[in-house]
Design a protein around this ligand. Structure first.
Ligand SMILES: [Zn+2]
Length: 119
């Protein structure tokens, strides 16, 4: 029985996007209430009836949220150009060693804009 589980996390942060065209609003320093989904996929242990304890995902992601929350993302190593795409890949790199079943990261920069990375 193969399933995909998703757990969502939030952080507030500032960023600016230096690779956008001159005059583009995203080049200016601004902030977002970022949200991201951590999605794991695998076969359910039928005896247990579950794939993974959601708490295990929270334990893996918690320290990473602390690294991001209320910071200027551009100052964080690996996030000098913190587009949603770069953030998704950065999160994958941090989480894949901790969550073997990691299948996807979805970064929501706004309510209507998101980026999915599947490794
Ligand atoms: Zn932005």
């Amino acid at each position: 029985m193969r399933v995909r589980l998703s757990k969502s996390f939030n952080f507030e942060a500032a960023h600016f996007l230096p690779t956008f065209p001159e005059g583009h609003k995203c080049r200016r320093l601004h902030g977002h209430s970022f949200k991201f989904d951590v999605i794991v996929e695998g076969d359910v242990d039928l005896a247990k009836g579950y794939l993974i304890d959601y708490g295990e995902i929270k334990r893996a992601v918690g320290p990473i949220v602390v690294e991001l929350d209320h910071y200027l993302l551009n100052d964080i190593p690996g996030l000098a150009n913190p587009t949603s795409e770069v953030i998704a890949v950065w999160l994958w790199g941090k989480l894949k060693p901790l969550l073997a079943n990691l299948a996807s990261i979805v970064v929501h920069e706004t309510c209507s804009s998101s980026c999915e990375y599947r490794g």
